[in-house]
Design a protein around this ligand. Structure first.
Ligand code: SF4
Length: 100
């Protein structure tokens, strides 16, 4: 038995939600528990540069690490990085996939 099948045998309810229920939240929780040892410890996690940090169990909703720019500033950066031509191409591609 490898590590993943052992985990499935130990936590079948969580595995069911993750693999058959589209449970992203459960997957993140499981990853954080694996990383920190427990759900409670994950809530105290201080590794703010981890991409899962804002989604970890016990996270305060809306809490953003201090190194992340304010939302308006980040939106302006995101808008500046995507030229209109690229955005238009993506829109057309999406529309063609929907059959429009
Ligand atoms: S948020 Fe913290 S506990 Fe969760 S995976 Fe990242 S470093 Fe580990």
């Amino acid at each position: 038995m490898n590590q993943i099948t052992e985990w499935i045998w130990n936590r079948p309810a969580r595995a069911l939600k993750i693999y058959y229920g589209g449970g992203r939240k459960d997957a993140i929780t499981e990853k954080c528990i694996e990383c920190s040892g427990s759900s409670q410890e994950a809530g105290k996690c201080e590794i703010t540069d981890c991409a899962l940090w804002t989604f970890r169990p016990g996270a305060t909703k809306g809490e953003v690490p201090s190194f992340v720019p304010p939302q308006a500033e980040l939106q302006a950066l995101a808008d500046a990085k995507v030229p209109d031509a690229v955005r238009e191409h993506a829109r057309k591609l999406g529309a063609s996939r929907k059959g429009k």
